[in-house]
Design a binder for this molecule. Structure first.
Ligand SMILES: C=C(O[C@H]1C=CC=C(C(=O)O)[C@@H]1O)C(=O)O
Ligand SMILES: [Mg+2]
Length: 459
């Protein structure tokens, strides 16, 4: 490392020359949540957590090596992409070092609602962690990432090594004690009547031909008897939702977290993968009932309609950005703990001039979260929901310096804010939707977060 810093420093003729160093060590297996917890004292507002749906990759990040955020609504995807690529050009890395990760997310909409709970979250917020835990293919490693203009990066790096050792030590000597679930003192349905009316209104607009599909969401608020710890929320949700992406992003005393089944895009060595997930029904209490519900969903006109718009849109984006596309002709069932969805996976080979951020931009929002036509449905959502979705239903995930990465759609999620939490859920409205059924569907979608936070499961 010493050598690397020195060699690179000699190139630093310009005063503001940024250098991006990374150094990885492999360690024995530690609990990723204990590592996350180790950052509580010094970096409680600067952490992330990520576990992919097939449990082959876990990432935890502590501290900000550098932040890329954006309030300029119009070009947020491109802006983050360009700044990340620029930063990657100054990366100094050896063969053995794991790829440094840029982790973060985008808000659903670029319009902010005044005085909402989302005031601390810019329309795009990403960071490279100072300390990065990666568990991949059964191997656990910790990287230090440093982005600096400092001529004396050697000293800076040595300090980080001490801190890294302290974090690892904490995770090695402690045992992860499964925290008690929080105690919910009250649950507020935020604007239930307005929500019910909006479903009827939107269904009428669709019947009049103003739009074909619009996703309408609502929110509930939980109040607890004391502050809820981030690692407790993440522990319970990752324990209970093994087949979903588990994510957590901390900022200014708040944690945005959840367990989503929906991949927006994965890029791996030039291959792109997405998934159409839309159309829902509950799980049965017996195997027979569950099977019958699944078959009902596969044949249901309204749900097939919801799904169809998503397949159309995502396959169009793939047509424009990929070659060798493959996609099954009919949806399958995706069975999760509380809910089953219609599911159509799609993959293709990325064309040369495309990258993960341009795909995120092209795909967000799919009609599983927005609607058809895109612009009209966005206006209808703004008019009818009258709430700030914040990062709910936005893209959340990571990319590395080679352009690989994965973004999920941040549904089944909540913003944890001290002793309260805001939960969000929505559903695809088409011509034959009814307010009562949609309302019930949102309760099923609240369940993963509600259960993790100790709430009673309604609906
Ligand atoms: C909008 C949500 O789910 C979407 C994803 C899958 C199924 C959906 C549905 O059946 O309505 C929604 O489009 C949510 O969970 O808040
Ligand atoms: Mg639905």
């Amino acid at each position: 490392m010493k050598q690397k810093i020195t060699a690179s420093s000699t190139k630093a003729v310009e005063k503001d020359y940024l250098r991006f160093f990374t150094e990885t060590i492999e360690i024995g297996r530690i609990s990723p949540l204990l590592f996350f917890q180790a950052g509580e004292a010094n970096y409680s507002n600067e952490r992330f957590y990520w576990q992919n749906a097939d449990n082959t990759l876990t990432l935890a990040g502590i501290g900000h090596a550098t932040v890329l955020s954006n309030e300029n609504a119009d070009n947020r995807f491109e802006d983050i992409s360009v700044r990340w690529k620029n930063l990657c050009m100054s990366l100094v890395k050896e063969e053995k070092d794991i790829e440094p990760i840029l982790f973060g997310g985008f808000s659903f909409d670029t319009n902010h609602t005044e005085n909402s709970e989302w005031g601390n979250f810019p329309t795009a917020f990403f960071f490279v962690p100072s300390f990065q835990l990666t568990i991949k293919n059964g191997m656990t490693s910790i990287s230090i990432n440093l982005v600096t203009k400092n001529e004396n990066a050697i000293d800076e790096f040595d300090e980080l090594r001490n801190e890294r050792d302290r974090l690892i030590h904490f995770a090695q000597v402690n045992e992860f004690k499964s925290p008690e679930k929080p105690f919910v003192v009250s649950l507020e349905e935020r604007g239930k009547d307005k929500y019910m009316k909006s479903i009827t209104d939107v269904t009428n607009l669709i019947k009049k031909g103003k739009a074909e599909k619009v996703v309408i969401a609502r929110s509930i608020k939980l109040n607890f008897d004391s502050n809820v710890q981030s690692d407790s929320a993440l522990h319970h949700i990752s324990n209970e939702q093994q087949e979903s992406y588990v994510f957590g992003l901390q900022r200014e005393g708040q944690l945005f977290f959840g367990a989503t089944p929906e991949r927006l895009i994965e890029v791996s060595n030039g291959q792109a993968y997405s998934a159409c997930v839309a159309g829902s029904i509950g799980r049965g209490t017996t195997a027979d009932e569950d099977k019958a519900l699944g078959e009902e969903l596969l044949d249901d006109h309204k749900n097939r309609g919801e799904h169809h718009y998503v397949v159309n849109m995502i396959s169009n984006v793939f047509e424009n950005n990929c070659t060798n596309i493959s996609m099954p002709l009919k949806p399958k069932l995706m069975k999760l703990r509380d809910i089953q969805h219609l599911f159509t996976p799609i993959e293709g080979q990325l064309k040369k001039d495309t990258d993960i951020f341009s795909l995120v931009q092209a795909l967000h929002p799919t009609p599983a979260l927005g609607g058809v036509p895109h612009e009209i449905s966005r206006e209808i959502i703004r008019d009818e929901e009258k709430m700030d979705r914040g990062y709910y239903a936005g893209p959340i995930g990571w990319t590395d310096t080679k352009g690989n990465g994965e973004f999920a759609v941040a549904i089944r999620s909540a913003l944890l804010d001290g002793d309260s939490a805001y939960l969000y859920a929505g559903g695809g409205i088409v011509a034959d939707s009814t307010a009562e059924k949609e309302y019930e569907e949102t309760w099923v979608k609240f369940r993963p977060v509600l259960r993790a936070l100790g709430g009673k499961l309604n609906g």
